[in-house]
Design a protein. Structure first.
Length: 1140
């Protein structure tokens, strides 16, 4: 080359680089020059430079193409995500060792000359179709040009960051999420389980504090389980005591100095960074330091300041609370005042960005400053979440990705976090409104490139996924269980769970049709939902209308296939063709239309994948074969893991079907094959027939799989364990009650209803109250206690709607009875293992909402023997083989059966961990016909009863999230989670369990309102509370009675009378201003102050004041417990219960 030039830039181009012979020769001359001008080659330029140096090219079988290809800069020790599109590579072994070496980027993505200003990259550093991670290479090239021939690569490249050495720890303390609640549901339980698993894989002793008895985290045995498990409240007091005992070298403790005192190191993100993301003002200040945009906002600490801030910003506004989940939308001053009063001491008042898209990025950063964004979702345009993004442009996507990485680096987060944006729908304007930091394996100091990708087993964790499928996540609501709840959704979370679906198209993934003739433009104007989604939904309605033009004989195969590809179920097809679901399935199969099975691999087939994470679709071909015929487990929940692990120990292959993304049973490495699919008859049949499953287990996934037992049985699926015929007999209320009569087993007077007149006649005979009980229902749906004829009519209509195919049973409701549960496992009708628990609350409260005690405390031995006798009779009559749960009423020595569920109940985890026998493992071996050593099992004759400790399981309620709901217990389930604690006596265990639910013991004032029937029993407690120095307030009737019985009490006005009665203290002010820190409200349905009592209960919950509404869980018990163990002294080991 004889031309004068300042630099040589060799750009990209298509084809075989070896064909560019002239270019290769010219570059060779440049490289041979003693002092060449700077040279930079990208993409094909990398290959040309390598060939000029003497290397050999080779053709890649499939090419290397994509926007998310990871590379590592060996010089800097950092990883980047790049855009690549090339069909040839360079054989690293053919490159002369001197003067070139592959050090700029790992093979085959770049070379660098050891002495001359020559370097290359096999990607697009500034590609508009990809990330901007490596734009600095052009800056380096420009710097080289300015330095001229004397420049070197090392002098212009960014300096290698100082990477801390891998953290050397031997023992790690993991704080679990506790019981599940709205806003903090199973995803945090799943995250904690993954953290424990990662620590164990790194051979670290793992100490877990988590009172969530149902969590797989708290299982005792297993290579992926924590070493000691502490069932204790996650509070500074208890965590401090565990630290004193365990002295881990890796975990409000930071500010109190406990961590420094005991030399405990916090792994991953520094505490200061966590505080910066949780404290709304600090968060705002941190973002302003890097000129990032947040919504117009003002941090305040009082309601008055919040009102001023909202006036300045302009309504509507959003309120966000420090160190809390969720937010509140306020359209006016009245709503703001009400919402702000119920929040924490620090509130951020933000402008509500109506109509903006909400976008969320997941970001992972390691100690070497490597950052990847493994996922992006678009939630909360509706409460539906879609991943990957469907409506963002390339510019929007990478603008927000670049911002996310910048924010995470500035905050100093090490580990996983998510960053949430509001994005203007028609411009590039955005605001950041939240960053949540979490833990991952890189908290131990392991760089991302050193962590293996378990999906591909060939790439590393320094990787951003490519998805050739769409995932849609939809919340699950259960608002019917909460009296008074509005069905509107807003900024405050109300859902109690979620389901997730996977498909090849959006229609297949979501299948949520629009049911009116409103146009897309009209809906967009009303909702601001992106038109892309609306057009997709409109397409679904059009397909439904098109199907409706045909019948089962005339429907074209192509149209039917297109409907199935759009996600239409057999039920929907049947409705459109006016035939049954079964007939629709027959039509579809006769047309040879069947689903394909695809892998969820995050790789879009760009790399080989060994994942067993699967979904069904009517697009494409199978990704795997079906030579192994495993055992199917249907449903979700904590029992799946025990079931799966027991089957694996027996050498059985497992096929799990689940659609709940929050549970550990959807962790793909727990089973042999995991299908992320609906729990419907159609999906289960498709999978069993494709897999050729040898059997199906439905008894460990709750009521929904149990309801499928008979339909699956009728289709020829082998149900393992108890016969579906027997399950059907037990679920049919009238049949079950008749069998109990034949067995001579006691039950309350009952009758199967045929008419309203029949129900009224029965009630008049036995007397009110009565209990209405439909069949085949979950969580006592439509079950109600009826106190009169009008209620009978209303609730009977509700029950028959829920259970149209089965008769409703009415029983006499027994007042003042205790409730007892038996969790058991039987084989061919013989009970092999059992445990008996007692409810703290009297009968009438749903078993899932009660506080359980094991061993029983108030039940006589005679009554317990009757319970065991009845349990054995039921097991034999229904030929039970597997898990079952029976509920009893006990009043004195009278024992009556309430119901029997031939499946694992929610209390199986509690009894298993309390007595040290894994009931699910036993049940699984029974269902498989495996031998058992019965001598070590808690049989009816030889029970295992704890003698030196007591276990208490307490429910977690969502009342703070459900602003309109009445926080009282009834026969419908309202709890969202549960915790359990242990102690040397009922007092210690109960106190710790209550504290684990978030209950706080009172320090000053107590407000009481006690119905007449409870007052005598409450009197001794009232005297005790007064003597301990508590200031007692009471509603007028209760106050007059307590004062008359020598308990000084301050009378307060009912809420409805506050404006009229100015002489008495206001309940609203007492609660809102913090004068009372416990409310005991024990009303009845006959009081004239029903609305007032409701308002008192709601105010207590909304202001975060502990509330007691059940007499059995009342101040009497709590203060007896406080007396017995006032300090939870460290000298007693009773509070420190692990591995039970």
């Amino acid at each position: 080359m004889s031309l004068e030039y300042d630099c040589l830039f060799i750009s990209n181009g298509p084809g075989d680089p070896s064909l560019a012979k002239t270019l290769i020769q010219n570059v060779c001359k440049v490289l041979e020059s003693d002092h060449p001008q700077p040279v930079f080659g990208i993409c094909m330029g990398n290959q040309i430079t390598a060939l000029a140096a003497g290397a050999q090219p080779y053709k890649l079988p499939m090419g290397n193409r994509g926007q998310n290809q990871p590379v590592v800069n060996v010089m800097m020790g950092q990883a980047f995500v790049t855009s690549q599109n090339h069909g040839y590579g360079i054989d690293s072994k053919s490159l002369p060792p001197n003067p070139f070496y592959f050090s700029s980027f790992n093979h085959p993505y770049g070379i660098m000359h050891s002495t001359k200003p020559v370097f290359t990259a096999q990607f697009h550093p500034e590609a508009k179709g990809g990330p901007t991670d490596t734009e600095f290479l052009f800056d380096a090239f420009i710097s080289l040009i300015r330095k001229g021939k004397e420049g070197s690569i090392a002098s212009v490249m960014p300096k290698k960051p100082v990477v801390p050495q891998r953290i050397q720890v031997s023992e790690v303390l993991v704080l679990g999420s506790g019981g599940l609640s709205i806003g903090q549901v199973g995803e945090f339980d799943y995250s904690g389980s993954q953290a424990v698993k990662a620590m164990k894989e790194e051979n670290l002793k793992t100490v877990l504090i988590n009172p969530n008895i149902a969590s797989v985290q708290t299982n005792e045995v297993g290579t992926k389980q924590a070493d000691p498990v502490y069932f204790l409240p996650i509070t500074p007091e208890f965590v401090t005591k565990v630290i004193r005992v365990e002295r881990p070298n890796g975990v409000e403790l930071f500010q109190s100095g406990v961590l420094q005192k005991y030399r405990v190191q916090v792994l991953g993100t520094p505490v200061e960074s966590i505080m910066a993301t949780e404290d709304r003002q600090l968060f705002s200040d941190k973002l302003m330091e890097i000129n990032e945009k947040i919504a117009p906002s003002i941090a305040v600490k009082t309601v008055a300041d919040a009102l001023k801030a909202a006036d300045k910003i302009g309504y509507p506004v959003m309120l966000r609370s420090a160190y809390a989940l969720g937010s509140g939308l306020c359209a006016n001053r009245e709503k703001l005042e009400d919402t702000a009063l119920a929040m924490s001491c620090q509130i951020m008042v933000e402008k509500y960005l109506l109509g903006w898209k909400e976008v969320e990025y997941e970001v992972v950063r390691d100690v070497a400053d490597n950052c990847v964004t493994p996922f992006l979702v678009i939630p909360k345009v509706t409460p539906i979440v879609v991943a990957p993004s469907q409506t963002l442009s390339n510019e929007e996507y990478h603008m927000l990705r670049e911002t996310a990485i910048k924010v995470v680096r500035h905050l100093g987060i090490v580990g996983e976090c998510n960053i949430q944006y509001a994005l203007h729908p028609s411009s590039l304007e955005y605001c950041i409104f939240e960053v949540d930091a979490r833990l991952s394996r890189i908290a131990l100091g392991i760089p991302l490139p050193d962590i293996k990708n378990t999906v591909s087993e060939q790439t590393t964790a320094c990787f951003e996924p490519s998805l050739d499928y769409i995932v849609t996540k939809i919340p699950r609501w259960d608002l019917d269980s909460f009296h008074g709840m509005s069905r509107e959704i807003g900024s405050a979370m109300k859902s109690v769970g979620e389901v997730m679906a996977v498909g090849r198209t959006f229609e297949e993934s979501i299948q949520k049709a629009l049911h009116s003739g409103v146009t897309v433009d009209q809906i967009h104007d009303l909702t601001a939902i992106d038109k892309w989604f609306l057009h997709k939904l409109k397409h679904i309605t059009e397909m439904e209308q098109l199907l409706g033009q045909y019948n089962s004989v005339t429907v074209p195969r192509d149209l039917l296939l297109k409907a199935k590809m759009d996600g239409f179920s057999d039920q929907q097809v049947g409705q459109a063709l006016d035939i049954s679901e079964g007939e629709a399935r027959t039509v579809t199969l006769n047309q040879n239309i069947r689903p394909w099975v695809k892998q969820i691999d995050t790789l879009a087939a760009e790399y080989p994948a060994s994942t067993n994470y699967l979904y069904c679709t009517y697009h494409g071909q199978h990704d795997l074969d079906f030579k192994d015929h495993g055992i199917m487990i249907v449903g979700y929940g904590p029992y799946h893991i025990g079931d799966i692990r027991a089957l694996r120990q027996m050498g059985k292959r497992t096929v799990v079907v689940n659609h709940n993304p929050e549970t550990v049973s959807t962790d793909f490495d727990e089973c042999d094959r995991l299908y992320f699919e609906e729990l419907t008859l159609e999906c289960i049949l498709d999978i069993t027939q494709q897999e050729g499953c040898t059997g199906c287990i439905v008894s460990v996934g709750g009521q929904i799989p149990n309801n499928l037992a008979m339909p699956l049985h009728l289709k020829g699926v082998k149900i393992l364990g108890t016969s579906p015929v027997q399950i059907d007999r037990a679920e049919e209320r009238s049949v079950f009650s008749s069998i109990l009569d034949d067995l001579g087993v006691g039950q309350a007077p009952w009758r199967a209803l045929s008419s309203l007149e029949d129900a009224v006649s029965f009630a008049s005979t036995v007397g009110y109250p009565c209990l209405l009980r439909p069949s085949y229902v979950l969580s006592c749906s439509a079950m109600n206690v009826v106190y009169g004829q009008e209620e009978m009519k209303r609730f009977l209509e509700e029950a028959t709607q829920v259970s149209q195919d089965h008769p409703v049973v009415i029983t006499k409701f027994i007042r003042g009875a205790r409730e007892v549960e038996v969790d058991a496992v039987a084989r061919m009708g013989k009970v092999l293992a059992h445990a008996i628990t007692e409810h703290v609350e009297d009968a009438g409260v749903h078993s899932g909402d009660t506080t359980l005690i094991l061993p029983t405390q108030t039940i006589s031995q005679g009554a317990l023997e009757k319970v065991k006798t009845a349990t054995q009779k039921i097991a034999k009559a229904f030929e039970i083989s597997g898990p079952f749960n029976t509920q009893f009423l006990v009043k004195g020595n009278d024992v009556m059966v309430i119901e029997c569920n031939l499946r694992a109940s929610r209390s199986f985890s509690f009894v298993s961990k309390t007595i040290g026998v894994d009931f699910i493992d036993v049940a699984t071996r029974v269902m498989l016909g495996e031998p058992l050593d019965e001598s070590c099992l808690p049989s009816l004759e030889n029970p295992i009863i704890p003698v030196d400790y007591v276990g208490i399981k307490a429910p977690m309620f969502p009342w703070p999230r459900l602003r309109e709901a009445d926080p009282v217990l009834c026969c419908k389930k309202t709890s969202t989670g549960e915790v359990a604690c242990f102690g040397p006596n009922i007092y210690s265990a109960f106190l710790k369990a209550m504290l684990s639910t978030g209950f706080k013991l009172p320090q000053n004032g107590i407000l009481t309102g006690i119905q007449h029937s409870f007052r005598l029993n409450f009197l001794s407690t009232a005297h005790q509370l007064h003597e301990e120095g508590f200031k007692l307030y009471a509603t007028e009737g209760t106050s007059a009675w307590l004062n008359a019985n020598d308990v000084p009490t301050i009378s307060v006005a009912w809420p409805s009378q506050e404006s009229k009665n100015t002489t008495l203290p206001s309940i609203s002010r007492l609660i809102s201003e913090g004068h009372t820190d416990l409310v005991v409200n024990l009303p009845n349905n006959n009081t004239k102050f029903l609305k007032d009592n409701f308002q008192i209960r709601r105010m207590a919950v909304d202001y975060g004041v502990p509330l007691i509404t059940n007499f059995q869980v009342n101040a009497t018990s709590l203060f007896h417990y406080r007396q017995r163990e006032p300090r939870l002294s460290e000298s007693s080991a009773a509070w420190l219960t692990s591995n039970l």
